[in-house]
Design a protein. Structure first.
Length: 105
């Protein structure tokens, strides 16, 4: 299962209402959207409703919808899920001119 959480490091709090799209890569066909959502008040999306399969996924964060003046209007994180039952929690830390990401728990 893929989950995510977004933090606004400028405000020192979770980033609520950030639109996020989850895509799956299909060899020979490209990317297919399999889920989408808005981060909650605690900055989380706990369920995209995606199938649990090994493969290449990408999370596309619409940062401009959260903060229109952002230097990075969209951020994409691409990951490979090798063991589908194992959770993949991706954390995104936002600041005005940079971002950081890591796999959380």
């Amino acid at each position: 299962m893929i989950t995510t959480q977004v933090f606004d490091s400028t405000l020192g709090q979770p980033a609520a209402r950030v639109p996020v799209e989850l895509d799956f890569f299909i060899t020979g066909h490209g990317w297919r959207q399999i889920g989408q959502g808005l981060t909650s008040n605690d900055g989380r999306i706990a369920d995209f409703g995606e199938p649990h399969a090994a493969g290449i996924y990408r999370l596309v964060y619409d940062v401009a919808a959260y903060t229109p003046e952002s230097f990075f209007p969209s951020i994409t994180i691409t990951i490979e899920v090798r063991e589908p039952p194992e959770p993949s929690h991706m954390v995104l830390l936002l600041s005005p001119y940079s971002y950081s990401t890591y796999r959380g728990v």
